[in-house]
Design a protein around this ligand. Structure first.
Ligand SMILES: [Zn+2]
Length: 76
């Protein structure tokens, strides 16, 4: 069990929380994000690994990225 970094009293419990974050003009909502929640002050500490995976996923799906269908057509 890890101690809460904010109140130094509560203990962090593993839970699945809703995660909401703005990325530019896009709102990102994840229904079940692994997180640690303090049982005293309710501070949420999200799983950094999960956030990293999420962001990689997000960046690979950016709309302005080169479309695979057009990649081979262009002649120089
Ligand atoms: Zn706390």
């Amino acid at each position: 069990m890890s101690l809460c970094p904010v109140c130094q009293t509560g203990r962090l419990q593993k839970r699945s929380m809703a995660f909401v974050e703005w990325h530019g003009r896009h709102l990102l909502v994840v229904n079940r994000m692994p997180a640690m929640v303090c049982d005293v002050c309710q501070e949420r500490v999200y799983d950094y690994e999960a956030i990293e995976i999420l962001q990689k996923l997000l960046w690979s799906q950016l709309p302005n990225r080169t479309e695979p269908s057009r990649a081979g057509i262009r002649k120089t």
